[in-house]
Design a protein around this ligand. Structure first.
Ligand code: NAD
Length: 410
């Protein structure tokens, strides 16, 4: 029987869809059966007819859930979906698996397999085509620069006209990972004078290669896997103090700073907001219910301060460019599906360095080391330390290192 892949209509406010017609066509060609919930692509301007033309069946929500081997979603689905999932089905999407542990436990209790994109080990080269965090951050950074240009009350580029010369807008990007670099590139193309700042000194070369100026403070902090580490309270205070001067000199400040699994760092204090030039636009890409990089930023809202600065909480930028974001998300979904398909079945190798980390739950067990650590569960591989001992004493080796390939339901 063919593997059945479903995509559902996302919750109101989410404009993206997890499968594009283009990816559906490829999946169908590779003999997957694809079910799309009616109107699932509407917000991204993918009509139901585009999906049927690509070989999918457009069905009601209940059918898309019940008949799926694997359901691809953008965001964590609600109870109306989860309550109808059956043991052996697989959910693939951004599932908030590190921040909503109860959700993960619920899926484990139902023996639903959960593959959470936020758990992807991004530095493994095989995983790069699956990297939703990068693909969506890139869209978000681009859209953030466009939004800033739209909301700011002056030209971005220098303009020399018969009616006088307009100076270019000064744009500062705080946090120059994937989203920040894309925001820098876009603001540069719009003609602004751009500078970038990151706590990781390694990011200097990337910022400068885009023609922007790299700013530094006396605080630097590189953590594991190329990410920033969380700062101590003293480092935070020092950084905030030094950033205040940069912020006061700029017209537009785009913030993107994140530390994996933590509340986003506060880079722009209330004092910095109060001292910003009138008309300054802050675009806070890190804003969510957890807080943001800018003091006073309110999730999904715009705040205008008494000194006329705007603080735009822009945590949903990828959803604001839904067609491009969905295209890339769908490609990432396709890459995961291809990776776990063996001989016409979904096969989850829980010991694989990519699949084993992507799997929050499998057959009722918590697999991902990051989710296990968040739940304070012991390591699934305490044997790793013993392996070293086994290498030194080969006679002591048993068969525990043999990979346990297990098959999922289809
Ligand atoms: P992210 O979204 O976790 O964070 C965004 C940026 O905020 C990062 O550059 C981080 O250094 C910065 N930041 C965090 N705390 C800060 C603070 N207090 N002050 C200033 N900046 C702060 O990061 P990301 O965009 O997902 O990427 C993080 C790193 O991972 C980058 O080096 C990126 O190039 C790398 N990466 C590598 C791969 C790969 O190897 N395939 C894929 C994706 C990302």
């Amino acid at each position: 029987m063919a593997i059945t892949i479903s995509a559902l209509k996302e919750a109101p406010g989410e404009n993206r869809v997890a499968l594009s017609p283009d990816v559906v066509r490829k999946l169908v060609k590779s003999e997957y059966q694809v079910l799309i919930e009616k109107d699932a692509g509407q917000q991204a301007f993918y009509q139901d007819s585009a999906y049927t033309d690509a070989g999918a069946q457009v069905v009601d929500r209940k059918t898309a859930i019940e008949k799926a081997s694997l359901i691809a979603t953008i965001d964590q689905p609600g109870d109306d979906v989860v309550d109808h999932l059956q043991a052996g089905q697989t959910l693939l999407g951004l599932l908030a698996s590190l921040t909503d542990l109860e959700f993960v436990k619920k899926l484990a209790a139902k023996k639903v397999n959960a593959m959470a994109f936020e758990l992807l080990p991004r530095t493994v080269s095989r995983a790069q085509t699956m990297d939703v965090l990068s693909s969506q951050a890139s869209v978000a950074g681009y859209k953030a620069a466009l939004l800033a240009a739209d909301k700011f009350t002056r030209y971005f580029p220098m303009m020399i006209t018969a009616a006088g010369t307009a100076k270019p807008t000064k744009v500062l990007v705080l946090g120059t990972g994937v989203a920040g670099l894309q925001a820098i590139g876009t603001a540069k193309r719009l003609g602004a004078m751009v500078s970038g700042y990151d706590i990781r000194p390694a990011s200097r070369g990337e910022v400068e290669s885009l023609g922007a100026t790299f700013l530094t403070t006396s605080v630097s902090a590189t953590g594991e896997g190329g990410y920033a580490r969380a700062l101590t309270p003293e480092e935070t205070a020092q950084q905030q103090k030094e950033l205040a001067g940069f912020i006061a000199e700029n017209d537009v400040i785009i913030t993107t700073a994140q530390v994996p699994g933590r509340r986003p760092p506060l880079l722009v204090t209330q004092d910095s907001v109060d001292n910003a030039k009138p008309g300054t636009v802050f675009i806070d890409l890190a804003a969510s219910e957890l807080g943001g990089n800018v003091a006073g930023s309110k999730a999904d809202d715009t705040v205008t301060t008494p000194n006329g600065a705007q603080i735009i909480a822009a945590g949903d930028m990828a959803s604001q460019l839904p067609a491009s974001a969905s295209d890339m998300f769908a490609k990432n979904v396709q890459a995961v599906i291809n990776d776990v398909t063996k001989d016409g079945e979904l096969v989850f190798d829980v010991d694989d360095e990519v699949v084993g980390e992507l799997l929050a739950t499998y057959q009722g067990e918590i697999i991902s080391s990051r989710v296990r650590s968040a739940m304070k569960l012991p390591d699934r591989h305490p044997a790793k330390a013993e392996d070293a001992a086994d290498e030194a004493h080969p006679d002591a080796a048993d068969d525990s290192s043999e990979k346990s390939k297990t098959k999922g339901a289809d």
